[in-house]
Design a protein around this ligand. Sequence first.
Ligand code: FES
Length: 139
Amino acid sequence: MDDKNEYVRLCEAAEISQGQARRFVVEGHEIAVARVGEELFAIGDVCSHGQFLLSEGEVDADDCTLECPKHGSLFNLRTGEPETLPATVAVAVYPLKSEDGALLVGIPKDDVNREDVNRDDVNSNSDDATERDNDRANS
Ligand code: FES
């Protein structure tokens, strides 16, 4: 039982491939989901060192880490903690569960406006994110 989180469907669990991270934006939370073997992990997608997307980095299955594509900090997929510099601050860790093959992510209930839950917010490449990504690329 999880009283703190509201679970939102992301995709089919099978859609998350081995060795890749995938970006989702849910209720304002930017989330990187990665698979290591049979396990799936969800951590904050924005590096704590700079405004770069961890989902664009590489998954290391042996160490269970996701590498920031900018300066190479390795983030532990289980804890969100950076294991190497230059990042020193952990990113969020999100609970996941599967239901009938679907993958759901737990978002703090306080962040979910139930009057206005728009399931269209759940996507991997929203226009907002693309715009922001472009800004990052140009800075
Ligand atoms: S921006 Fe990620 S380690 Fe610097």
